[in-house]
Design a protein around this ligand. Structure first.
Ligand code: IVH
Length: 681
């Protein structure tokens, strides 16, 4: 084909496919069959392969994905992504209305929208093209996930109608119920872990590295906001209409409300409608309509004062408590779990529900065969929130917490001052062994990806490993040919895990690669109770190597900022155990990193050009520590706030004057955790 003909056809196909995308995914009014659509797309893809010079970055062919991103770059939001103040009470919505009226000096109208239960997203458009998509992150900076977002077909890649030169839109990415059910069904068949709800599934999907897998997740997105300099709109309602005209998917369930009574009607209708919507919502967002009013109202440090989220209460159902089971986790923590007569709550059948710990369990004063109330909010795990004592027979038997480990029979222990029981037999209790190994190979730890999905279970069951150090003794001959059929207890479906040559080599080379993992992650990977990622990092830097840490006394440990009694005891307890000493020795001999390399001192230029004022007392750092942290990453420390300050890092007891000044100058006030997130790789 001649070049010019190809160029024109690519242009034409782009326009036609974009138009069909819009009709199908935004308007839900397709005018061609799926097959005809696929034929057009195939023709475009073929032409783009033959004439790559004519393929645009925002070609509709990007919708099928293909780009693989190893690590999503961090990007700063031009306008912070705030959250909303929440309420479950109508009185508080009235209070909001009163405050609004007072601030604007009289009448104010509102726009009501559904509160979609997904993930906030920011999309940047420049000269009609989508150029960047980012997650909310900590509100100040998020992950750039443009390739993944391009697979969402209701998001326009190119705006052909009238639109501002540069603008950002905000919306919510979610997974519709049908996509969610299909995905979980597929996962079930493959014997993989299921997503607990559509929000988790959407979040998990956006984090996938391969955008072609994201494309198959069938995500969707409602847009609810536009931001930019000198936008021509006077009201939020007007901007929503403009967004619709630009081709964005704006929900039809939005309403302009003249007064708070009309808002209440929307809240009630929304609650009824919720049950029939093809996606999850968790409430309604009420926004002041006029921008002049919004400006008058302004912001608190976290929320706009011109909006409020009214959340619907979690759905609840009554059922019979059949028994309480006790689960042992990787650190030995024993959790009570209610075994229930199956009951439908919020669209799924609940058979088990969390009871958290002994204190929570006894607070509910549970007896066998009690009628209990189970609640399922946006949260993953259903929980028992109450028991109906009036229905309890006089001779009902009280449910007691176990005193011995249900897995290995050891006497349970309790950490001083904590309500969690744990099994102290950390090296010989089956779920702890499995849990410790799974934790060791997991992402934030040693990241031995190829040992996921039932493979550690196979190695354990065949007696090839019984602790983390054994992994480093594995040979090709130990692995090749191993296989096991694993049954999913929930579905009774089976699948076979088998080590062929390729898998075996992948595993061995991933284990070899893990020897390069830095000390701080090795320390975290050991799975010492109460030692999370952040403190492992801090202690690795504090001690510099494992020998110094291993010999640190309880007193030395608690003298470290952020280490309390419980953690110090747990660290001592871990190192005093000869079994653990042996494991560390073997890991050292295998070549794992047990000291901080000098080049590991974290220094980046992530904060370059940014100036910080540090004020107050911090939980995890001394003042000099937090300052050098900022400087190590290229940031500059200033002693007083001015218009040039980029961030105020605020600890406890910061003077109110500083906060006030920062607010006046619109300078973000961040906590130490938010600072850490700013400089997290
Ligand atoms: S407006 C400055 N509108 O709720 C406020 N948010 O708690 C910007 N959300 O992070 C948010 N539906 O992820 C707005 N119609 C809607 C929404 C909505 C869902 C989410 C969004 C935001 C969170 C705030």
């Amino acid at each position: 084909m001649e070049k010019e003909v190809a160029r024109k056809r690519i242009q034409e196909l782009t326009r036609i496919i974009n138009d069909h995308n819009y009709r199908y995914y935004v308007l839900a009014q397709p005018t061609i069959s799926d097959q005809e659509y696929d034929t057009l797309l195939e023709e475009l893809v073929a032409l783009e392969i033959a004439f790559p010079e004519f393929r645009s970055k925002n070609s509709p062919s990007q919708r099928v994905g293909g780009q693989v991103t190893k690590k999503f770059p961090t990007v700063l939001h031009k306008y912070p992504m705030l959250s909303l103040s929440n309420t479950y009470s109508r009185d508080e919505v009235s209070g909001f209305d009163q405050r609004v009226k007072k601030a604007v000096g009289g009448y104010a109208d509102y726009v009501c929208e559904l509160k979609y239960d997904g993930l906030a997203i920011s999309l940047l458009y420049e000269n009609g093209e989508l150029t960047r998509a980012a997650t909310r992150g900590d509100g100040i900076q998020g992950d750039e996930i443009t390739a993944n977002i391009k697979t969402i077909r209701s998001i326009p890649l190119t705006i052909t109608n009238q639109a501002p030169g540069i603008f950002e839109v905000r919306g919510e990415v979610f997974m519709p119920h049908n996509s969610f059910l299909k995905l979980n069904q597929e996962k079930k068949e493959k014997g993989e872990l299921l997503f607990a709800n559509p929000r988790n599934a959407a979040a998990g999907s956006l984090k996938l590295q391969d955008s072609s897998v994201v494309a198959q997740r069938h995500l969707d997105c409602y847009i609810y906001n536009i931001l930019g300099d000198d936008l021509p709109y006077q009201t939020h309602w007007e901007s929503l209409q403009a967004l619709k005209e630009m081709g964005f998917k704006v929900s039809d369930d939005i309403r302009q409300c003249e007064d708070i009574e009309a808002v209440f009607r929307f809240l009630e209708e929304g609650e009824r409608k919720r049950k029939t919507l093809p996606f999850d919502i968790d409430g309604v967002v009420v926004k002041v309509n006029r921008y002049v009013h919004q400006e008058k109202l302004g912001y608190t440090a976290k929320f706009p004062r011109w909006a409020i989220a009214y959340k619907y209460k979690a759905e609840r159902a009554a059922t019979t408590l059949l028994d309480v089971g006790f689960q042992v986790g990787r650190t030995g923590a024993v959790t009570p779990v209610a075994i229930l007569e199956p009951v439908a709550v919020a669209g799924s059948t609940v058979k088990r529900a969390s009871l958290y710990n002994e204190d929570k369990m006894y607070e509910l004063d549970l007896h066998y065969n009690d009628v209990v109330f189970v609640e399922k909010g946006g949260d993953v795990i259903p929980k028992v929130v109450d028991a109906d004592r009036s229905k309890r027979p006089a001779d009902a038997k009280k449910i007691r917490f176990v005193s011995d480990c249900p897995e290995c029979g050891s006497s349970l222990k309790k950490d001083h001052g904590l309500s969690v029981h744990y099994c102290p037999n950390s090296l010989d209790c089956a779920p702890q062994i499995q849990g410790k190994i799974d934790h060791f190979v997991s992402r934030g730890a040693m990241d031995i990806d190829s040992l996921g999905m039932g493979k550690t279970e196979l190695l354990l069951s065949k007696g090839k490993i019984s602790n983390i150090a054994d992994l480093y003794d594995l040979t090709f001959n130990d692995l090749i040919g191993l296989e096991k059929t694993i049954t999913d207890p929930a579905t009774n479906k089976t699948r076979t895990v088998r080590f062929r040559e390729k898998t075996t080599n992948n595993i061995l080379s991933a284990i070899e690669d893990s020897k390069k993992v830095p000390f701080e992650r090795v320390l975290y990977a050991l799975g010492i109770r109460h030692l999370g990622e952040t403190m492992a990092k801090k202690l690795a830097r504090h001690f510099g190597n494992i020998d110094r840490m291993q010999h640190a006394s309880f007193e030395e440990l608690i003298a470290i900022h952020g280490v309390g009694d419980v953690m110090a005891h747990s660290i001592r307890h871990y190192f005093d155990n000869p079994g653990n000493q042996q494991i560390i020795k073997r890991l050292k001999d295998a070549g794992l990193s047990f000291s901080v390399e000098s080049h590991e001192k974290p220094s980046t230029s992530l904060l370059e050009g940014k100036s910080f004022v540090v004020s107050g007392v911090f939980a995890n750092y001394s003042r000099p520590e937090i300052k050098s942290l900022i400087q190590d990453h290229g940031g500059e420390i200033k002693s007083s706030i001015s218009a040039k300050t980029d961030y105020l890092v605020a600890g406890e007891n910061m003077g109110p004057e500083k906060r006030k000044k920062a607010m006046e100058l619109n300078i973000p006030v961040i906590t130490e955790e938010e600072l850490e997130r700013l400089i997290k790789e």
